[in-house]
Every structure is written in structure tokens, then in C-alpha cells.
Design a protein around this ligand. Structure first.
Ligand code: ASP
Length: 334
């Protein structure tokens, strides 16, 4: 019988209705009571790491989760993290960077409806997650939600209400779970020769600047005073605007001159960026040697930078680590 550790963090799955709306209150043991069928294929212990709405999730909580898994790594065959859906994609990506080369599965799950309702996705998601965490073939960090297994760096919440809230972006689902069967879409046998590695540092001084027509480049100057890296979410395949007295070129140049990191990405969810295509992107990328996120999700881009900058601030090393594939996060190569 497989031995699974379930980590409770809160989220809708664990919510009860209170005077001011839904609040996470149920413990891991209370959640487990709703999926008695799990007893037929695994034994589960629970640990309550947090009980928060995932809106309040912070990098320090990712380190707490990773530390809890590290401390119990040898004692269990797999791990299930119950989590709110709102920032689940960030947590799944962050854990993908904090826990690398894991032969044991680390599953992140949650639900759009609380587990104690008559009609809810929570019981299916929890049972599927335990099933995947107990699967011999499963490994590494993945989201399990609405019957889909999504690589931890590829998940994105695309629907705020429906059960099929998560999509796998620019990468196929690893597997689907239907009628108690796990069907792998990717021939994904564990072949990694390296043993599991836990990282213990994150730099949360990473900011996001989403461009809109008319945005003042002075914002970038302001951000340079407060952050070590900025992700610029540009339009289409990517570029930086020029208008009136706004000078994004100079603002980005200022970041680079200060040894800080600028990563270009796109606001378009599917298919990623390629700044080489248009003059508005090509010139600035070549002149300033900007890093580009290509097919990565925003959630993976942000958390990868936090993980990298937790280890080094040296620009060439930052670039090298950024383009190194971790848990399937980037296929494009610079
Ligand atoms: N606000 C909730 C959370 O992320 C939403 C959910 O879990 O679905 O914690």
C-alpha cells in the first residue's frame, strides 16, 4: 500500500460558508473523510501547513511547503498539496523549481467548490490526486485538476468558475484520469539519473509590468529602485512601444546597466513570444541582450526568476539558468 502525505494549505476545497463569504476552515483530516475510497489504494497522513485563501499566498509559504516535503521525503511515496485555485499555478511552478529531480510525485490540487457541498468537484479532484500520487509511473511536480495532469510549470487558471479551470499552456497534458484509470499522454517513465534536490532560497523582488497603450516608461524607472528583476508583458510576439516622450529603450537600458534582469514575455496566453519578428522587438532585444520567456507561462517565468535570483545575481549566470529547462517549462531555445 502506498503511503502519501497530504499537506493542507486552505483554499475553496477546505472552505465553509461564513458571514463574510467562504473561509478555509476544514483540516486535512476532515477533507480526507470525504474520500473514503482512497483507503483502497493508499494510506494518507495529513499535515496542516497553512489554512489561507490562496490570494494570500507568498514565496515564504512556498519555502514552507518545500521544507515540509523535504523533511518527510524519505517517509512517503508521494505528496498531495491541497491549495486554493487562484494562485495554484504560481505554487506549482515555484515547487517545480524548489524541488527538482524528484522520483516521487508532488501533486497540487484544489477545487472550484467546497468539499462539503452536495455538488462539488472537490472529491473527484482529491481522489484523483491521491491516485496519481500513489501511481508508480508518476514523478515530479504536477497539478491534478478536473481529470487532467498538468506539468507544474505549465498550468494556468483560465476559468474563474467552471470545473475545468486549468489549462496546460504550450505543452500537452501529462495524463488524464478517467474512471479510476490514469492514461499517460506522454511517455514519461522516470529516467532522471540525478537524485532529488531541494532549494532553500527565493528572491521575491521580482515585478511584473503589463503594457497598455499609453503606459509611462517612468514606471520602469520607479520599479528599478525596488526590484531585482522585471517581467515585461508585451503585446503579441513582443516589442516595446515608442511614443511622445516615453523612452522604454532608455528605461530598459538603465535596468541592464544596473546589473538587473529584464525578461520579455507576451500578454497572449497561447504560443508565446518571439521578439525577433518585428522591428519593435528585434532591435531592442539585440542591442540590450534581453532575456525572453518564449513559450513559458507567466507563472513559471516569475517563479523561475525568484528561484534563480535566490542563487545568483550575476547576469550571465541568470541567463544560463533561465534558459535551462526545468520540469518542462521551456521548449524554445534562444
Ligand atoms: N479564493 C480561493 C483560493 O484561491 C479560490 C479557490 O480555491 O478556488 O484560495
Amino acid at each position: 500500500m502506498k503511503h502519501i502525505l497530504m499537506l493542507g494549505t486552505g483554499g475553496t476545497i477546505a472552505c465553509r460558508r461564513g458571514e463574510n463569504g467562504l473561509t478555509p476552515l476544514l483540516t486535512g483530516d476532515e477533507l480526507l473523510a470525504y474520500v473514503p475510497a482512497a483507503k483502497s489504494f493508499c494510506e494518507v497522513d495529513t499535515v496542516q501547513v497553512l489554512n489561507i485563501d490562496s490570494t494570500n499566498m507568498h514565496p515564504k509559504h512556498w519555502l514552507m511547503l518545500s521544507k515540509t516535503i523535504e523533511e518527510h521525503y524519505d517517509d512517503y511515496d508521494g505528496f498531495v498539496v491541497c491549495h486554493g485555485t487562484d494562485t495554484m499555478a504560481y505554487t506549482a511552478a515555484a515547487l517545480s523549481y524548489l524541488i527538482q529531480h524528484s522520483a516521487k510525485p508532488v501533486v497540487i490540487t484544489g477545487a472550484q467548490k467546497p468539499i462539503d457541498l452536495d455538488v462539488t468537484d472537490a472529491r473527484t479532484n482529491l481522489l484523483d490526486s491521491l491516485r496519481f500520487a500513489a501511481c508508480d509511473r508518476a514523478h515530479g511536480v504536477n497539478i491534478v485538476f478536473d481529470g487532467k495532469v498538468i506539468a507544474g510549470t505549465r498550468g494556468k487558471k483560465e476559468r474563474s468558475k467552471s470545473y475545468n479551470a486549468f489549462s496546460s499552456i504550450n505543452f500537452p497534458c501529462i495524463a488524464v484520469i478517467q474512471d479510476e484509470q490514469i492514461l499517460f499522454y506522454i511517455d514519461d517513465k522516470w529516467q532522471d539519473r540525478e537524485s532529488v534536490r531541494f532549494f532553500h532560497e527565493l528572491d521575491s523582488r521580482v515585478a511584473l509590468l503589463k503594457l497598455i497603450p499609453s503606459l509611462d516608461s517612468g514606471l520602469l524607472d520607479y520599479m528599478a529602485e525596488h526590484y531585482d528583476a522585471v517581467v515585461i508583458e508585451s503585446f503579441g510576439v513582443g516589442g516595446l512601444p515608442t511614443y511622445d516622450d516615453c523612452d522604454f529603450y532608455r528605461a530598459v537600458e538603465n535596468w541592464i546597466a544596473r546589473g538587473k534582469t529584464v525578461v520579455m514575455t507576451t500578454q497572449v496566453t497561447q504560443e508565446g513570444s518571439n521578439m525577433a519578428v518585428y522591428e519593435v522587438g528585434h532591435r531592442i532585444k539585440n542591442d540590450l541582450g534581453l532575456i525572453e520567456a518564449y513559450d513559458m507561462t507567466l507563472e513559471a517565468t516569475v517563479t523561475k526568476l525568484m528561484w534563480i535570483l535566490g542563487q545568483t545575481k550575476e547576469p550571465s549566470r541568470v541567463r544560463e539558468l533561465f534558459y535551462r529547462t526545468v520540469n518542462r517549462d521551456i521548449l524554445w531555445k534562444a
